[in-house]
Design a protein. Structure first.
Length: 355
């Protein structure tokens, strides 16, 4: 009898890619996972463990790992690309000879390519020209997904088939997959929130309280949506899982890599020391620089991103930067209901009256 099960390929051997591969296998899909490291692939096949990233997680034993790209992609209906942003284009190019136009390609990477300020789904489009492209993003700490704690995510695509196929492949009783057609907004939310997780970690290390953390997260949400709308996203997207949802978890959890980098900076470590202590990629470090530079080019007001840039790359002490941020302008709360320009004009008039 023909095997009509969904065939899923996962490119990447990190924690999230590994968890997604196992979820798809649990749901009955035929799953192949590509890793650069032969030894790690052998370990997954033999022990059903990924000792490097999820050492305590029992991977579904039907997941077949390989370092041979063609073997992983052969016959795949759905391809999940879980590769850090710096290597994303390189791996997609490596995969391209074995990709087919009818396949569904989904990025799970929360990052931005420096050249051209391009998100990962744009890279998938440029390298393949395929029609079925999507983005998976949300408050998804991989270790909690692996522990089968209740979690929700968003599949964003203009293509209804992509949204439905990913919901079928990954949706289960502990991992819920919601749909969006704002691919750019969902993807930007996933990349931008990493910036503010660094700020939240710094604030925690500096001993700042719950009021401060609440202020930080809400002003971060305003800053994220301001920037994203300038780039063409829908501001309503930021009320959902990929916006405020992802921001809350990454700014609140010590499991967040970006939070841990920020905490180390708040303790007085240098950026190099903080990244070295983490031992993994923290996408937010590079994203701070890219977003700050893009905001300057486009004239978007982003004081938090600017302040973090000065701490990370110009040696300004974290505590000094926190004081400077509190001295910034008191503008509108939600700019989509009251513009910054209207508040500025009113304060100008108030100053004239006082005179």
């Amino acid at each position: 009898m023909p095997d009509d099960r969904l065939r899923v390929a996962v490119l990447g051997g990190g924690s999230f890619g590994t968890a997604l591969a196992s979820i798809a296998a649990d749901n009955g899909a035929v799953v192949h996972q590509w890793l650069r490291d032969d030894e790690l692939a052998t370990e997954i096949n033999r022990d059903h463990r990924n000792s490097r990233y999820l050492p305590d997680y029992a991977i579904n034993p039907t997941v077949a790992a390989s370092s041979e790209m063609h073997a992983v992609l052969a016959g795949a209906d759905l391809v999940l690309v879980a590769i850090p942003s710096k290597a994303f284009r390189e791996v997609v190019r490596q995969a391209r000879p074995w990709l087919r136009p009818e396949q569904i390609l989904v990025s799970t990477t929360k990052g931005i390519q420096e050249e051209g300020f391009k998100l990962m789904s744009r890279i998938l489009e440029e390298e393949t020209g395929f029609a079925h492209i999507g983005v998976l993003s949300g408050p998804n700490l991989a270790s909690e997904v692996a522990d089968k704690q209740l979690t929700a995510t968003v599949i964003a695509s203009d293509d209804p088939l992509t949204r439905a196929r990913v919901q079928t492949a990954l949706g289960c009783d502990y991992f819920r997959v919601y749909a969006s057609n704002d691919r750019y907004g969902v993807e930007l939310g996933g990349a931008l929130k990493n910036i503010y997780a660094i700020a939240a970690g710094m604030a925690a290390a500096l001993g700042m309280g719950e009021n401060t953390r609440s202020m930080l997260m809400t002003r971060a949400l305003a800053e994220m949506s301001r920037f994203a709308v300038d780039q063409g996203a829908n501001p309503m997207t930021f009320l959902g899982l990929a916006g405020v949802g992802d921001l809350i978890v990454t700014c609140s959890s010590k499991l967040s890599r970006n939070y841990r980098v920020g905490y180390a900076l708040g303790e007085g470590r240098t950026l190099d020391e903080a990244v070295e202590a983490l031992g993994q990629v923290a996408e937010g470090v590079n994203t701070v620089r890219l977003v700050r530079d893009q905001a300057r080019r486009d004239g978007v007001y982003m004081p938090l991103a600017e302040g973090l840039y000065q701490v990370l790359f110009e040696g300004v002490p974290a505590r000094q930067m926190a004081r400077l941020l509190m001295q910034g302008e008191q503008s509108s709360d939600v700019e989509f209901t009251l513009s910054r320009e209207a508040v500025t004009q009113a304060r100008r008039l108030e100053g004239q009256d006082d005179g």
